[in-house]
Write a protein that binds this ligand. Structure first.
Ligand SMILES: [Zn+2]
Length: 97
């Protein structure tokens, strides 16, 4: 899980470091969040952006895990797997209730 967040942040150009809990800390580094104590953002100015990226990811993740069943496209009636946010056939977005 921590490694997954790290790859998300690094893909945005944010340098991170995974620490073991209780490891020594270096001056100038910022603890990332209290929820994920093992993932550190190296540059202090990246911290806010990193938090937003993680929050966005978590919001999308909770939405997709709530809808694991395949859904039926309201436009073309194709069955679309739960991982897709839009219809593979016609591009209609997942219908939000
Ligand atoms: Zn469709």
């Amino acid at each position: 899980m921590v490694g997954h967040f790290q790859s998300i942040l690094e893909s945005e150009g944010i340098r991170t470091e995974v620490r073991n809990e209780g490891g020594s800390s270096l001056a100038g580094e910022v603890p990332f969040t209290q929820v994920f104590p093992e993932l550190w953002v190296i540059e202090p100015e990246d911290t806010e952006r990193a938090k937003q990226l993680i929050e966005t990811y978590l919001a999308e993740d909770s939405r997709s895990s709530a809808t694991l069943k395949p859904w039926t496209c309201p436009n073309c009636a194709e069955t679309v797997t739960a991982e897709l946010a839009e219809c593979w056939n016609c591009g209609t977005p997942f219908p939000t209730p």
